[in-house]
Design a protein. Structure first.
Length: 219
């Protein structure tokens, strides 16, 4: 029974991955707003209903990892080690080897830079993807503010918690915008982009150090 359940789960994961891969190929070729879910279904050799079973909206086909971002971020803050500040826990989460920041932390070379160009082009040319991104960041900011208020014993809607959450997510959004601007400007030096990203991240976190360094140290 366990073996059968494991096989079913593996097949579901493979189907999901196949649909996402087909979608991203089409988005890269035609642009997100010019591809329909029906076309993705045909390319993945599944029904349109199957696509929606795995991805509730068309935007989910592109942002396959964005929805897990909120849970992972909150867990990184909530589960930080004793003696570690929220600022330090957030910095560790943001600059870990995941997503675009992770790719830039590695020696990805031209292949990774080509992928970054493609992703940037798809997102910046799609009002619906940009709107979805704004929605997710706003929701994550609210969730983080609620967690900070709870950890500091403040009431829900506490202004200080809201300010801190916006400052932290502001670094993330600023770094994403920095990468996109460089990419759209024709960046061809992957190592240079990675180096400059680290410099910008260090400057941004240093700017918050004095004000947030002692904020809610885990006892």
């Amino acid at each position: 029974m366990a073996a059968q359940a494991g096989l079913r789960q593996r097949r579901k994961q493979e189907t999901r991955a196949s649909i996402a891969a087909a979608a991203k190929r089409l988005f890269a070729l035609r642009g997100f707003d010019h591809v329909t879910v029906a076309q993705v279904a045909r390319a993945a050799h599944v029904s349109e209903k199957t696509v929606f079973n795995y991805f509730p909206t068309k935007e989910d086909l592109f942002y396959t990892q964005l929805e897990s971002f909120e849970d992972e971020l909150l867990a990184a803050i909530r589960d930080r080690a004793p003696g570690r500040t929220i600022l330090d826990a957030y910095r560790g989460f943001l600059l870990a080897r995941r997503g675009v920041f992770g790719r830039l932390a590695e020696d990805g070379g031209e292949v990774a830079l080509d992928e970054l160009r493609t992703l940037t082009r798809i997102v910046t040319r799609s009002p619906s993807l940009l709107a979805r991104e704004e929605h997710v960041f706003a929701r994550v900011t609210a969730s983080l503010a609620a967690l900070l208020a709870d950890e500091t014993g403040r009431d829900e809607g506490d202004i200080e918690s809201w300010v801190v959450a916006n400052a932290l997510l502001g670094i993330h959004r600023g770094l994403v915008d920095f990468i996109r601007r460089r990419t759209l400007a024709g960046e061809h030096d992957f190592a240079g982009l990675a180096r400059d990203l680290r410099i910008e991240a260090t400057r941004a976190f240093s700017r918050l150090e004095d004000g947030l360094a002692g904020y809610e140290v885990r006892s």
